[in-house]
Ligand binder design. Structure first.
Ligand code: 8IG
Length: 263
């Protein structure tokens, strides 16, 4: 089936499972962000993502696999707890299916969050950083066919300014998506520095491109959960990454509660 048709079908099921309500904003909660989702309030509706056509159960511990509909202020917010990553091997269309489903459901604003490595030593584990731009190191695109989508101001300067109004201490960075699932080598991190990257991760970029193709406004929020490889000298491990997320959850939750009603 065509990926757009599948997203339209998923959006129809979503409509049924969320009481016929429309959503204003969609959020993808990446690793480290799952606890922050709870701060947005008790869901009006919650179900496994596999209830919708085209979604798969998560293959990684700590990565969710649940969809929530939550009211935050006057906004209805659709939350994807967990995402499909490119390294799971289900293909690029599966990676961006949530974004396309949200777009097909009429959502205009896409908030993409992730846990990532940081190159700036000021960013201690648990520091949130606004994504100002990206470098796609996956050699993939979610776009099917010759659709030459413009990516200027992909990460909305309007939404970033709004976030900085709420929290003036927020820094911005350029996010580089690698395919993973291995972390980078120290030499690769030096390459990232040389090409202007500040953050490294395994998500977000392909989703942002699909969101822009669908005409959505995009906000990207990274949670730096570790220093990138070779910067501190210590090895990287997944348990540490999840732990940093838990510790930062309160701050992330508070940030989202303040930002979303203003979007
Ligand atoms: I959390 O240091 C997390 N995800 N590629 N590199 C990459 N992905 C990550 C990292 C990291 N930390």
């Amino acid at each position: 089936m065509n990926s757009q048709t599948l997203a339209t079908e998923a959006a129809a099921t979503l409509h049924e499972l969320t009481g016929g309500h429309d959503h204003d904003i969609a959020l993808v909660m990446g690793s480290g962000w799952l606890p922050a989702a709870d701060a947005l309030g008790t869901p009006d509706y919650e179900f496994p993502n596999t209830e919708l056509p085209g979604f798969s159960a998560p293959s990684v511990k700590g990565h969710g696999g649940t969809i929530r509909s939550v009211t935050v202020g006057k906004s209805r917010v659709l939350i994807f707890l967990g995402r499909t990553h490119y390294y799971e091997g289900r293909g690029v269309a599966a990676v961006v299916h949530g974004v396309r489903t949200a777009a097909a459901a009429g959502v205009k604003t896409m908030v993409l969050t992730n846990g990532c490595g940081g190159l700036n030593t000021d960013w201690t584990p648990g520091t949130p950083v606004l994504i100002k731009d990206h470098i796609n190191l996956t050699a993939q695109s979610p776009i099917e066919g010759a659709n030459f989508v413009d990516l200027t101001d992909l990460y909305s300067s309007r939404l970033r300014a709004l976030c900085r109004d709420v929290d003036p201490s927020l820094d911005e960075g350029v996010y580089c998506q690698f395919t993973g699932p291995h972390y980078e080598t120290p030499a690769e991190i030096q390459m990232v520095r040389a090409i202007g990257g500040d953050l490294v991760g395994m998500s977000t970029v392909l989703e942002a491109i699909a969101a822009r193709e669908a005409g959505m406004e995009v906000l990207g929020l990274s949670l730096v959960t570790n220093l990138a490889a070779g910067i501190s000298g210590a090895p990287l491990n997944h348990a540490e990454v999840l732990e940093a997320g838990k510790l930062a959850a309160a701050r992330m939750g508070g940030l989202l509660v303040d930002i979303l009603p203003r979007v």
